[in-house]
Design a protein around this ligand. Structure first.
Ligand SMILES: NC(=O)c1ccc[n+]([C@@H]2O[C@H](COP(=O)([O-])OP(=O)(O)OC[C@H]3O[C@@H](n4cnc5c(N)ncnc54)[C@H](O)[C@@H]3O)[C@@H](O)[C@H]2O)c1
Length: 293
């Protein structure tokens, strides 16, 4: 999909980080924008930036874990613009900790946002995009953590592997259907955003206990879980603070849409690391840890 001028882009998680940068880059390309986020105030800030850039903008506070909410977003987009050409299922959250200590509420929250959020976007928009018959592109934000495993990142890594798998299935489903809609799965390394502060997005009913099961909080196992979660969150904050700017990620995404690229890495070392991972798997051994910076 080469010509983006006047086309309609939908971006979830557009109130911050990569989502905001995607929206700004699409505005620069002359696209009309529909932006959504669970944080209404942050979304308002994005809207102000887009309006300053001269874009036509529809903004709708939306929780991607709620299928009906995402369906209403799609209805609003089609009412306003009559089409969606680029769909970026980008909203995401991070939680870490030892896999055997994580509480179900935390795991469900991360899977709901990072996996079901994408599925809800696909269900709400793809049938309408197919009916429109125009060229389009779906960009699902996974992560390099959707390709490479690492310790203490339990639900996040599981969710991102699922996001990569879902993207591959979607690409095949669309291809087999003969649809003019491409798919990219975005797998960035460290990007300077607020992902290390995802606890701000925890729903009230999900204990903000950083992975410590309530009953175990005073036990040795509970303390281990807390320190593992704190350790990995601290490391994520450090790594992302030194990461590439989200606008660099947006450059990769626009290029992927134009060239119909499926897997989108944002750093030079990842392709070689993937070869190393594949060799290790074929040798039947645990793949080596990679440097996510
Ligand atoms: N920053 C990185 O290093 C990095 C690396 C790889 C992948 N990613 C992925 O990039 C995507 C964007 O994250 P980011 O790094 O810009 O972080 P961020 O925290 O700056 O932005 C994430 C946005 O998603 C929104 N969000 C959270 N839960 C939501 C929900 N239920 N419904 C709607 N919106 C919701 C947040 O309010 C926030 O505006 C995520 O999927 C993340 O996993 C980030």
């Amino acid at each position: 999909m080469d010509d983006l001028q006047d086309k309609v882009a939908v971006v979830t998680g557009a109130g911050s980080g990569i989502g905001r940068a995607l929206a700004q880059r699409f505005a620069f390309e002359g696209m009309r924008l529909a932006v959504a986020d669970i944080e209404a105030d942050a979304l308002d800030e994005t809207v102000a930036l887009l309006l300053d850039a001269g874009a036509q903008v529809l903004a709708r506070p939306t929780d991607v874990t709620d299928a009906a909410d995402v369906a209403e977003l799609a209805a609003d987009v089609y009412d306003r613009f009559g089409a969606a050409h680029v769909l970026c299922n980008n909203a995401g959250v991070f939680a870490g900790g030892l896999l055997w200590e994580l509480d179900d509420a935390t795991v469900d929250w991360v899977l709901d946002v990072n996996v079901r959020g994408i599925l809800h976007g696909v269900r709400a928009f793809v049938p309408r995009m197919l009916a429109g018959g125009e060229p389009g592109h779906v960009v699902n934000t996974a992560s390099s953590a959707g390709i490479f495993g690492s310790p203490y990142t339990g639900p996040y890594t599981v969710s991102k592997f699922a996001a990569v798998g879902m993207s591959e299935v979607l690409a095949w489903d669309l291809s087999i259907s003969g649809a003019p809609i491409g798919v990219s799965v975005l797998c960035p390394g460290a990007v300077a955003t607020r992902i290390g502060f995802s606890d701000r997005n925890r729903p009230a009913e999900v204990e903000a206990d950083k992975g410590v099961p309530a009953d175990d909080a005073d036990t040795e196992a509970g303390a281990d879980a807390a320190s593992a979660a704190a350790l990995v969150t601290g490391a994520l904050r450090d790594t992302t603070a030194k990461g590439i700017g989200p606008e660099v990620v947006a450059d990769h995404v626009v290029d992927a849409i134009r060239t119909d690229r499926f897997l989108v890495f944002t750093g030079d070392g990842y392709a070689e690391a993937l070869r190393g991972r594949t060799d290790a798997l074929l040798d039947g051994v645990l793949p080596p840890l990679i440097d996510f910076t």
